[in-house]
Design a protein around this ligand. Structure first.
Ligand SMILES: Nc1ncnc2c1ncn2[C@@H]1O[C@H](COP(=O)(O)OP(=O)(O)OP(=O)(O)O)[C@@H](O)[C@H]1O
Ligand SMILES: [Mg+2]
Length: 477
């Protein structure tokens, strides 16, 4: 066993904590030492499982990190720990295959699980913040008051989303059409509703039409309505969605699927503010704000001749692009916890609800999320439905069973890529003050926007970080 304890720890987060790491992989042992020792933790490492009994008889540990490749190794560890007076919290470092094999008895012995490749620095930060539990609540970034109005509809913390949300009040104040783009499930409809509710049209209707779901032959009638007798079977005058949305907002979802013939008519409506019901001689004045959304890249559809360029330019006045979830991983913990707890409440279970372990969050942050927020919501609903009432937190193994094939495959393909220490590139010639800014911003990116964690890594006060960030954002570009 080797021991590392740096007397003059440069950060305090793990002072007084003793950690034992058992791993055959020397590189991983090294990186645990590198990452945890500076926090003041006492770190013991061994690559020899057979010596474990002897080691734990000699000394108590707060945490025991154990890289196992089979259930039997976990059984050995547990039988050794059973005889120790103060049982260390056992944190398993596992691959997907092992995770699939764990049953409830195994899970009940574990404090947490991290999927390989592990990132010791992030684990150190997680432990140090749960150890000093007063820090946990600092994870919610304060948001501006008008952005708060959007809650609880919109949950976000990432700088990208924050930037987008800040534009919504301006967009809401305008009467111009809006084009919302983004992959499936990124929240396009939610953003459209937010714009409606922030605008002076909030008293009017928000009417959503999915242009992709209505057959071409019916969509014109859906949008514009028809006069009595306009065609066989038109027994009564029928109001279309434009009229229903009068003084409100019309949300044209999947606008890219709108037939070309109708695109011409839509363009005319946008230009003239009046519609013709099918079979009508005279137009009806309408006062409607149009918000369109698409998953497709409309400019490509324009090039391919599937979408009219004049309509494209008419719609593309105010643009909102919602980035995919994998590009704003900072939002994942908040959304996952929100959806999980909401699903438990819907099942009639009252709080306090179980937490998601740090290892679970770490796994969620690494998934590809092709279905974006909708996929995350559905996943957390499945996890909640099958998570029997237990005292322990939700561990990655509880989630893994509910992932689809694609996500599991993705995790497997990425688990053998060794974790490399992340670095910051600062070109020679960078003024010191600018270098400091780069370091702070990159560290914040690493901690996924968590300022108190970034402050801890940099060994400066949280107020210093806030002050400097304020300075950067107020400085003219
Ligand atoms: N920031 C968010 N906070 C909370 N819930 C969200 C957020 N973004 C999206 N959702 C939820 O995710 C689900 C999908 O969102 P939405 O229907 O708006 O996506 P979309 O972009 O319109 O998807 P599609 O292209 O498939 O129609 C909804 O249940 C929505 O409430
Ligand atoms: Mg939608």
């Amino acid at each position: 066993m080797s021991k590392t304890h740096r007397g003059g720890a440069i950060r305090e987060g793990l002072r007084g904590i003793s950690v034992l790491v058992v791993d055959e992989d020397d590189e991983r042992l090294e990186s645990f030492i590198d990452e945890m020792a500076p926090y003041g933790a006492e770190i013991y490492t061994t690559s020899d499982v057979s010596r474990l009994g002897e080691i734990v008889r000699e000394k108590d540990f707060d945490y025991l990190f154990f890289s196992a490749s089979s259930i039997s190794e976990l059984d050995i560890i547990n039988s050794i720990l059973r005889d120790t007076p103060k049982r260390a919290r056992l944190i398993l470092l596992a691959d997907v295959k092992l995770l699939e094999e764990l049953d409830e008895d195994d899970l009940s012995t574990l404090h947490d699980i991290y999927l390989k490749p592990v990132n010791p620095m992030r684990i150190a930060l997680n432990i140090s913040s749960s150890y000093r539990s007063s820090d946990v609540s600092t994870s919610l970034t304060p948001v501006e008051s008008y952005v708060k109005q959007l809650k609880p509809y919109m949950i976000f913390r990432s700088p990208q989303m924050k930037r987008i949300m800040m534009t919504l009040p301006r967009i809401s104040a305008s009467e111009q059409p809006v084009l919302i783009t983004g992959e499936t499930g990124t929240g396009k409809e939610l953003a459209a509703r937010a714009i409606h509710f922030l605008s002076k049209r909030r008293e009017g209707n928000f009417v959503a039409v999915n242009c992709g779901a209505i057959p071409d032959t019916l969509i014109e009638g859906e949008l514009f309505g028809h006069e009595k007798g306009a065609f066989t079977g038109a027994l009564r005058t029928h109001k279309g969605k434009f009229e229903i949305a009068n003084r409100g907002t019309l949300f044209l979802d999947e606008i890219g699927d709108m037939p070309l013939s109708l695109q011409v008519k839509l363009l005319r409506v946008l230009e003239e503010g009046e519609i013709y019901r099918i079979g009508a001689e005279r137009p009806v004045k309408i006062d409607v704000r149009v918000i369109a959304a698409t998953r497709r890249e409309l400019h490509k559809a324009v090039q391919e001749g599937l979408f009219r360029d004049d309509l494209y330019y008419r719609l593309n006045v105010l643009k909102v692009h919602l980035p995919p979830l994998r590009e704003r991983t900072e939002d994942i913990p908040l959304l996952a916890i929100h959806f999980f707890h909401r699903a438990l409440s819907e099942l009639g279970l009252s709080p306090p609800h179980p937490e998601l372990s740090n290892g679970s969050i770490d796994m969620l942050e690494r998934l590809p999320w092709r279905g974006n927020i909708r996929e995350l919501r559905n996943l957390m609903t499945r996890v909640a439905t099958f998570f029997a009432p237990r005292k322990r937190p939700v561990l990655p193994a509880d989630i893994l069973h509910h992932l689809d094939e694609f996500s599991i495959q993705y995790l497997m393909e990425h688990q053998d890529i060794p974790h490399h220490k992340e670095g910051i590139f600062i070109p020679i010639g960078t003024p010191l003050e600018k270098a400091e800014e780069i370091i702070i911003k990159e560290t914040l990116r690493f901690t996924r926007g968590n300022k108190s964690r970034a402050a801890r890594i940099l060994n400066i006060g949280i107020r210093t970080i806030r002050r400097k960030l304020n300075k950067y954002s107020n400085r003219p570009q």
